[in-house]
Ligand binder design. Structure first.
Ligand code: FPP
Length: 274
């Protein structure tokens, strides 16, 4: 992996943004809805598959930049439960591209100390692709750098539905009482249990939706929408998203710096809910 100096050399636009970023206030977990591959291809009169192929290159660039910056977690929405409704050929192509990406990148993941994880219903993927992914997850399990979490056959509602079913079943078997279910219990039983909640969610392509992604986990995430299509998402774009994240004041429903006196009714103007 190239150094940060190599990808953001002095005098470059990347360096200009990087110099404004406070390295002590980076997000801990960046989640990305990678959208716009199809439109990127369409503009160029190329088949959609070429958009996905270019999208993979943007994945590689983004993963490496996140790792270089020392951001501990990145979650990429690669394939939603709803994406199964796409034409069979497009689904098959996406799976092949994913498999090839894993095959090609596994060595680099290990060399760069990157850990691969997945969330979603992997059992719906075809067996050869699933086995490759599981092997890569196992091969990188001991890596201690950035965790790259790929959401595959994932939907936030599905994840929450599974959780409620699990709770009801555990309750019926006398293993769980209603008063044991609180936010911490839910967080600890989601598929993302071992990751912090994303503090920055990026969506490309100008669409301003959440599309069933990490519905519970993004409760307090800063959301950054950019018109850039995913294949064009560059290091510069990522740095701009992080700078914008740092410019926003995160209040978590409190009053932020407007009042030092928590709970004081005279402590300044009321904050919105979040
Ligand atoms: C959205 O673009 C993108 C997808 C449905 C797939 C994203 C997948 C990749 C970038 C490649 C695989 C990922 C990894 C992590 C290796 P779209 O097809 O919906 O674009 P459109 O809205 O312009 O049609």
């Amino acid at each position: 992996m190239q150094s940060i100096e190599a990808v953001a050399p002095p005098g470059s636009p990347e360096r200009e943004i990087l110099d404004q970023i406070d390295p002590h206030r980076l997000p801990h977990h960046v989640a990305v809805i990678m959208d716009g591959n199809g439109r990127w291809a369409q503009i160029r009169h190329l088949p959609r598959v070429e958009g996905h192929r270019a999208g993979i290159r943007a994945v590689q660039t983004t993963v490496e930049m996140v790792a270089r910056l020392g951001i501990p977690w990145v979650t990429l929405y690669a394939f939603s439960t709803e994406n199964w409704k796409r034409p069979r050929a497009e689904v098959a192509t996406l799976m092949t591209l994913l498999r090839d990406y894993i095959d090609r990148e596994l060595e680099r993941f290990v060399a760069n100390n990157l850990r691969l994880r997945t969330i979603g219903r992997l059992e719906r993927l075809n067996a050869p692709v699933r086995r490759r992914i599981e092997a890569a997850v196992a091969a990188t399990a001991g890596c201690t750098g950035t965790t790259v979490q790929i959401a595959l056959s994932y939907s936030g509602r599905q994840e929450l539905t599974d959780l409620v079913r699990h709770a009801v079943e555990a309750g019926a078997r006398g293993l769980l009482r209603a008063d044991e279910v609180d936010e911490a219990w839910i967080g600890a039983h989601l598929q993302t249990a071992s990751s912090p909640d994303p503090d920055l969610l990026v969506r490309t392509s100008g669409e301003q939706r959440i599309s069933n992604f990490l519905l519970w986990q993004i409760a307090y995430a800063e959301i950054y929408f950019t018109p850039v299509l995913w294949p064009d998402f560059s290091n510069l774009e990522l740095l701009q998203a992080i700078l914008e994240f740092q410019r926003r004041e995160r209040r978590f429903g409190g009053l932020g710096h407007q009042s030092e006196r928590a709970g004081d009714p005279d402590g300044g103007p009321r904050a919105p809910r979040a």
